[in-house]
Design a protein around this ligand. Sequence first.
Ligand SMILES: Nc1ncnc2c1ncn2[C@@H]1O[C@H](COP(=O)(O)OP(=O)(O)OP(=O)(O)O)[C@@H](O)[C@H]1O
Length: 285
Amino acid sequence: MVRIRNLHFGYSRKHPLFQNLSLTLEQGHIYGLLGKNGAGKSTLLKNMVGLAFPQAGTCEVLGQPAAKRLPAVLADLFFLPEEVYVPGVTAAKFVAHTAGFYPAFDHEALARYLAEFEVPAQAVLPSLSFGQQKKFMIAFALAANTRLLVLDEPTNGLDIPSKAQFRKIVASALTEERCLIISTHQVRDLESLIDTVLVLHGRRIVLNADLGDLAERLTFATVPEADATALYAEESVRGAQVIRPNRSGVPGRVDLELLFNALVSEAPALTHHLSTQPSAHEPVL
Ligand SMILES: Nc1ncnc2c1ncn2[C@@H]1O[C@H](COP(=O)(O)OP(=O)(O)OP(=O)(O)O)[C@@H](O)[C@H]1O
């Protein structure tokens, strides 16, 4: 679906955002792209959808260079930016004018998603609240039924019930043929939704791991005091939050926020554990 090799990119030559960044994304998965503010999540997504061009290396989407923006690729790819723009027309008119660009567009699914999100289907789009506009565009993006769907910070601006509706709708829209990439810095919004976590840090992808695999390798706990078994520890009001090797092999819950903090603080014991422990999956680091 997406194949990036040795990508170099920066808005100025002096300050590269990515250096030798490589990443492969497959169909049938929901990827969560995590990174600190300014790490370059949106920019990486823009490279994938052909809105920013590699300075070196390659970025292929659906087997074609993303930068070529071939019509056949664009018909099978939907990118929803963080800031949504809606024209001054009704939802019905927007759909009538735009759905035709996506041959697999599913009108019934759109009606279902809008009902779930409680967005009035007949509204003039700019008269909707910002959150409602965003929900309308998320529903449209999912209904476009493209094989590749790229959502940049989709949960920003959504209220608490809408975030749960979002997770339910997105989970229902995944098929074996589709690949969804969702960027966020609000880790908890995606915890129960994604199956693979990508962490962008220090100009490259420092983690590309299946959540089930991580749950088999690591345990996450809050303990009175961290000891030498901890791969990473963080003080909290309730004690020390620790990541340890999972010696039992029984998968538990992955605390994405703690894992993210550990990775961006470049905890050497964790990095070593993840890069050396045997796994049924590809090496994660
Ligand atoms: N069009 C642009 N021209 C110049 N610099 C840019 C442009 N877009 C982004 N940048 C810079 O590139 C860096 C990465 O920005 P980007 O929006 O990709 O990060 P992000 O990880 O998505 O951040 P956030 O989590 O805050 O949304 C930032 O320092 C930003 O200022």
